[in-house]
Design a protein around this ligand. Sequence first.
Ligand code: RIB
Ligand code: CA
Length: 316
Amino acid sequence: MPPQKIIIDTDPGIDDSMAIFFALNSPELEVIGLTAVFGNVHVDLAVTNALRLLEIAGRTDIPVAEGAANPLAGTYTNPPTFIHGDDGQGNIHLPPPTTTAITQTAAEFIVEQIMSAPGEITLVPIGPLTNIALALRLEPRIAQNVKQVVLMGGNALVPGNATPAAEANIHDDPEAADVVFGADWSVTMVGLDVTTKASMTEQHLQRYAQSSSPMAQHIARINPLYHDFSKRVNGVSGLLVHDSTAIAYLLMPDAFTVKQWPIRVETQGFSRGKTWPYLRPNPNAVAWHNRSAVNVCTGIDSARTIELELNRVAPP
Ligand code: RIB
Ligand code: CA
């Protein structure tokens, strides 16, 4: 089987970096581009980090396109530097990249790639969904021409992490997320329902430090800040590999339990960014009517997915 072509839409970010390396080390996948979006860092730094990661991986042949600096509504102001660092890479402050982004915007790149290879491209958004909503706005026919969308974001049956209600990627742009969940295409939501069960222990993380791979060494350098944050917030050692879990789904869908529910995203008030599943038929729930079902991941065999990631990125 030829590898599955994917575009990773990303705000790197420590767990984004882990996910990108996981994908680049998986022969079942062909990463045809990285598109950058604001989120863990401002978008200019997201571009810089994407370029740096590709250099570390020896894959500067892969294009990087710059995307949205702000959500569809409003201005983005507060990157979570306390989780990912001022540089989005655990405060290790790498030298500037030697390559540059392409001149197309992220939305233009996504549209061009999907429309020139109908049915072949999988979108893998692991940041706020702004670029994907903008691509749909630019060319609505991408919905019929994409292979599928597999995204990290949302929380169906569990609490949020950005607020008690909402997961961070969706909270950063709820309007865009509601567009993406509402489009008529195949969307799989790899959200907190499963990613909060995908935790790498101290022992797992040591495997990055012990590996001679430059990608593993980079992960070993950047993850202490994120790990300290996880320990403070969760009170236990262990690092949640949110974004890598979307890559694991592409490689190992049988490790997941999946339910089909239409999703609406709350855009108002203190629950802004909450992804609400339509759990059972209800004639009064008109906001969910005529929405396509989303594949919502609700269960995971995380021992398998984490072992796969470590075997791919941190071989002995
Ligand atoms: O909620 C987890 C998501 O938000 C991940 O994409 C991570 O990178 C974070 O910022
Ligand atoms: Ca991310």
